[in-house]
Design a protein around this ligand. Sequence first.
Ligand code: C2E
Ligand code: CA
Ligand code: CA
Ligand code: CA
Length: 284
Amino acid sequence: AKLNGKNCHIVFDEEMRSQLLKQVDTEKLLRQAIENDELTLYYQPIISLSDGRLTGFEALLRWNNPILGNVSPDVFIPLAEANGTIIQLGQWVFESAFIQLKAWKEEFTGFDNLVLSINMSPVQFLDKLFLKNFPKLMDTYNIKGSEIAIEITETAIIHKKALAIKVINDFKKYGIHIHLDDFGTGYSSISHLVGFQIDLIKIDRSFIELLGVNSKEDKLVQAIINFAHNLGIKCTAEGIEEAAQQRLLSIANCDYAQGYFIAKPAPASQLTEFIREHLSRSKG
Ligand code: C2E
Ligand code: CA
Ligand code: CA
Ligand code: CA
């Protein structure tokens, strides 16, 4: 642990943070996080593999606590799901993302052709109240359904199939894109692509990592892409860290790409140049 500036706060490592969070009142901490402005959204660009054009961003939640420091969403999202604060966190995420999207559309012509992807926990996705208030939320910030995508994992849809189908269809009525996240992990099943109205799958980083290393993995990714395309479903590869991976995905006809090789997630304030450059490029 080290002392840091005038606040003299202790910098914990990931393991200490995780242990500590299990012992403190995380529900209270997370409520305070919203009230005290400790949350921010980072945005990671997504590009089209065929022409390198910017197609959108994924909003990623960040929590900076004065005592704990930066807590990874992989750590605090599961805790928020367990104690119920995910509903408030999720609400905050949507409002903040909409405020940013509105500002971007006002600043950049052509931004309304991009898609902002927002992650949704299963609990929030199946929350009737959230869905009911959703049209009003879009209205308030002048957001069109086609400008956003909701990213859900299979855990959100397989346990309550009938409800999930209904919710997906309701969101799709507004023109919202539905993306299936972390495809290839967990409960993943090709049959889910047939039963639900999914627009796009995000091929999990664990597959991308092994591209070019393991020829079986290469064939599997190719098969996933072909299968999705046959069903009219698009594919994004996530976690691209090397040029070779991007090249292989391009050859495999994958539609979109996201990863540190293209750009790391960053606060909106740091993306102005990137957006300006990409949007002017696609015009000319
Ligand atoms: P995810 O939805 O699968 O998000 C992709 C994760 O991969 C992000 O981690 C992103 O920063 C990271 N990533 C992107 N490119 C690369 C790369 O090239 N290499 C590597 N190693 N990692 C890359 P992050 O931001 O830490 O988020 C972790 C998870 O937390 C997300 O996984 C998502 O499940 C959850 N999460 C984040 N924000 C939200 C949110 O607003 N709401 C909900 N419900 N969950 C969120
Ligand atoms: Ca995601
Ligand atoms: Ca993912
Ligand atoms: Ca994930």
